[in-house]
Design a protein around this ligand. Structure first.
Ligand code: PEP
Length: 257
């Protein structure tokens, strides 16, 4: 398996931002990211109303932009939903699917998340498939069963070629927005398990970027990203401050796999 996988750092703004403050953040991130070495890619997943703004301010920069969810449908009577094709109209690269907040608050099943990943791929987007266990599930010793089921549903719905084009983010639910981070070794163990699952789908799938997410900060990013199977991060809170987000991006370039 390659030891030369590139790093990827993607911000998840969640439901934060206003048009004025976004402009400053996007311009600062684009400027800072331009100084990064090759081998580190950067993206930001913004709320839907700001896709056009992101496209306007990030086009021509090294930063790609994305959406935080897509519909499992391609169009029709689905009030409030956004089709992957619609996001594609705004030059979107990434589509987060299966974020734990959507699995928890919107009761998204592994099968629904798999359909969303399919729609994203069909529209030419790269799905960032989030998987993760709750604290109760970890304490019950069911982490691998839970995240294995979540990943398996997506892999089963995709061809090997499609699966080779996804990104997977391991986000322990107990670490998201809580300030609690998985210990680097703890995260690596889960990433190694996910890597093995990906390999079962095919040799080309084994090298998909495996991101860690959950209270990543400038202070802990380098150690996390230095783990063998951690290829970067999905960053929530810290992606809202350009200084912190760019420091995390720089941490990704200081570690090489
Ligand atoms: C997230 O929401 O994807 C996330 C990782 O959040 P945070 O970094 O704030 O824990």
């Amino acid at each position: 398996m390659s030891r030369e996988r590139a790093k990827l750092v993607v911000g998840n703004w969640k439901m934060h931002g206003r048009i004025g403050e976004n402009a400053t953040l996007l311009i600062e991130v684009a400027a800072g990211a331009s100084a990064l070495q090759k081998g580190v890619s950067v993206g930001v997943c913004v709320p839907c109303p700001y896709l056009a703004q992101s496209q306007a301010l990030l086009s021509g920069s090294v930063v790609r932009w994305g959406i935080q969810d897509v519909s499992a449908h391609t169009g029709g009577a689905f009030t409030g939903e956004v089709a992957a094709e619609m996001a594609a109209d705004f030059g979107v690269t990434y589509a987060i699917v299966g974020h734990s907040e959507r699995r928890a608050y919107h009761r998204e099943s592994p099968e629904l998340v798999a359909s969303k990943a399919q729609r994203a791929i069909e529209a030419g987007l790269t799905p960032i498939v989030c998987v993760g266990e709750t604290l109760e599930e970890r304490e019950a010793g069911t982490t691998e069963r839970i995240i294995g089921t979540q990943l398996e549903a997506v892999l089963q719905a995709l061809t090997e070629e499609q699966a080779a084009g996804i990104v997977v983010a391991y986000e322990p639910v107990w670490a998201i927005g809580t300030g609690k981070t998985a210990r680097p070794g703890q995260a690596q163990d889960v990433h190694a398990f996910l890597r093995h699952k990906l390999l079962e789908k095919g040799a080309t799938v084994a090298n998909v970027p495996l991101l860690y997410g959950g209270s990543v900060k400038p202070e802990n990013a380098e150690e996390l990203f230095g783990q063998k199977d951690i290829d970067g991060g999905l960053i929530g809170g810290a992606s809202l401050k350009s200084k912190d987000f760019l420091a995390i991006c720089r941490a990704a370039q200081t570690v090489t796999h």
